[in-house]
Write a protein that binds this ligand. Structure first.
Ligand code: HEC
Length: 151
């Protein structure tokens, strides 16, 4: 009986701490829309830009950076839902919700003359903050959802 009571006490203790942590994580991720990420942001990583290598060609393998995207399954040309969710978690850590200019994902591949970082080993993929792809990333960081409503 004592063992059972101790177990119950442990469960109650766990029950009071675990949801607090989960809620804190949800708060940050909750500002970034998963569906918009999957349908609009992810295709940017697979798109070909003239004179440049696709993001995935480098970032599906270790580059020594934090951007490590999931590898496609054999024969696939995109990510399934489970892989997309993992990508979402990875990429969400490289942005500052609500603040595109403070987001590594947006500033690193952006030309320095357009406000970007001085150097990205993978090249500068956008020469203006008006570039359509950059605007999609900025919209996502600002809370754009797949249904069009901005949070
Ligand atoms: C030719 C290979 C290559 C390509 C293509 C490439 N990258 Fe990179 N990227 C790297 C390497 C290597 C690094 C680490 C060194 C550095 O920061 O420059 C890096 C770093 C980064 C970082 C910094 C991550 C961190 O840990 O802070 C981001 C963000 C990033 N890349 C985004 C992109 C995006 C988005 C694209 C496509 C638009 C892209 N990269 C295309 C090679 C590449």
């Amino acid at each position: 009986m004592l063992a059972l009571r101790l177990l119950m006490a442990a469960l109650v203790a766990a029950g009071t701490t675990v949801p607090v942590v989960a809620a804190a994580q949800q708060d940050v991720a909750g500002q970034l829309d998963y569906a918009y990420f999957k349908t609009s942001v992810q295709p940017i990583f697979t798109a070909k830009r003239p004179g440049l290598v696709r993001c995935i060609q480098c970032h599906m393998q270790a580059t020594g950076s934090r951007l490590l995207l999931q590898s496609f399954a054999a024969g696939a040309t995109s990510w399934d839902d489970e892989q997309s969710r993992k990508n979402f978690e990875t990429v969400a850590r490289l942005v500052s919700p609500g603040n595109p200019a403070a987001s590594r994902l947006l500033m690193h591949p952006l030309a320095q003359a357009a406000g970007g970082d001085p150097f990205h080993a993978g090249g500068k993929h956008w020469d203006s903050q008006d570039a359509p792809e950059w605007r999609i990333l900025a919209a996502w960081v600002r809370g754009q959802t797949a249904t069009g409503a901005s949070r």
